[in-house]
Design a protein around this ligand. Structure first.
Ligand code: GMT
Length: 372
């Protein structure tokens, strides 16, 4: 099949998922055309079936706000027309679903029918999309998509709760390529971070308010009082300066490191003993799944779709949002004894395998075939 994929090219989960999907489909022999405003971060290396088309948004003195959505719709039409594209799959509703609607109408006038699939990822529904600034357009373009998918049952329910949706939403859970996270030798790297055998705790996110990064730090400070440990914070975003300021003044400052944006999560995650995710909401929590694929148990909140991927007491534990005492108690349970930690690590990998790429990508392929 010849498929066009539209996504955010940045570090966010929706862009990561869309890029990994495109790469997996290309490996299976499909031609995949990415249409984005920048090279997606996970789209590295050469593949004969992968194509990247950059959306250019020329500026003009009149434009206080350059019309990205118009440029994107035009790019969609151009790529579809010149590459025999049979289907358009957009990730994250805003503004991709409405640009896709526009492109679809233009192509229809030219006598070409292009099915559009919109995959909902989370904040496009739960945070930004339901705001009245965007809501009418988001509702309309979701209803005009030929198929709608959501990355968790929770997100599907949230979508029906917040929008008047006239069609069925298919849940296709996010996935991870477990083989990529197979443990490489990590001892030397681990020793650099934790020279005295301290436990290594990792958090990765885009440092937005919804992630409650201060809870990560405060939970770590409690854990650190009981277990010699180090905290690595991966990623960047608006809350990072605040997070750094809390750490600078805290008693365990020398045990906390901010590593910034990292492209190769598979190189870093395997050194961790625990992953902390304290979000107010996660439609899915792809970062937690990637951690589990690297054999890292997860301490998280029980918000949104997280209970769909984490089995409490098996591959990690979930607590109520903000309950850092409970998070600490659970973390200590996992980290205290080597044998317990070993079992949780093995369970985390086992649980991640349920969401392995080989199980989930065929669901998208089947949907594409049906739509085409
Ligand atoms: O977490 C974010 O703010 C980024 C956002 C995105 O769209 O990139 O992530 C959402 O999509 C991910 C991939 O489907 C999910 O794993 C995240 O849980 C979801 N984030 C939220 O719902 C807050």
């Amino acid at each position: 099949m010849n498929i066009a994929i539209v996504c955010y090219p940045t570090f966010g989960g929706s862009g990561v998922l869309a890029t990994e999907l495109g790469k997996a489909l290309a490996d299976k022999g499909h031609n995949i055309h990415f249409i984005t405003y920048q090279q997606p971060v996970r789209l590295t290396g050469f593949h004969a079936n992968l194509f990247y088309h950059e959306v250019r948004v020329p500026t003009y003195p009149l434009f206080d706000y350059p019309p990205y959505e118009t440029a994107l719709a035009s790019a969609m039409v151009d790529v579809i027309n010149n590459n025999n594209v049979e289907l358009l799959h957009v990730h994250y509703a805003i503004p991709h679903a409405s640009a896709a609607y526009m492109a679809k109408q233009i192509l229809a006038k030219q006598g070409k029918h292009i099915p559009v699939i919109t995959t909902l990822h989370g904040t496009d529904i739960t945070l930004v999309g339901k705001d009245k600034t965007y809501r009418p357009v988001v509702t309309f373009s979701m209803n005009e998509s030929d198929a709608l998918t959501a990355v968790s049952e929770n997100l599907k329910a949230e979508t029906y709760k917040n929008f008047e949706i006239e069609k069925d939403i298919q849940v296709i859970h996010n996935f991870v390529d477990v083989s990529r996270f197979n443990r490489k030798p990590v001892d030397a790297f681990k020793k650099l971070i934790a020279p005295n055998g301290e436990r290594i705790i990792v958090h990765a996110s885009n440092f937005r308010k919804v992630k409650r990064v201060d809870d990560v730090i405060n939970a770590f400070l409690l854990i650190n009082q009981q277990i010699p440990s180090k905290l690595l914070l991966l990623g960047d975003g608006p809350e990072r300066p605040f997070a750094e300021s809390i750490c600078r003044d805290c008693v365990a400052a020398e045990n906390i490191k901010f590593l910034g944006k990292q492209e190769q999560m598979e190189d870093i995650l395997p050194i961790a003993d625990l992953f902390l995710l304290t979000s107010e909401y996660e439609s899915f929590g792809l970062a937690a799944l990637e951690a589990m694929a690297a054999e890292v148990p997860v301490i998280s909140t029980n918000a949104g779709g997280l209970p769909e991927i984490i089995i409490d007491g098996y591959c990690g534990y979930m607590s109520a949002v903000g309950d850092i005492m409970d998070m600490c108690k659970n973390a200590v349970k996992i980290l205290k004894e080597d044998e317990v930690l070993k079992q949780f690590k093995a369970n985390a990998l086992e649980q991640a395998r349920k969401f392995d790429i080989v199980n989930i990508v065929p669901e998208y392929e089947a949907l594409y075939k049906r739509m085409i």
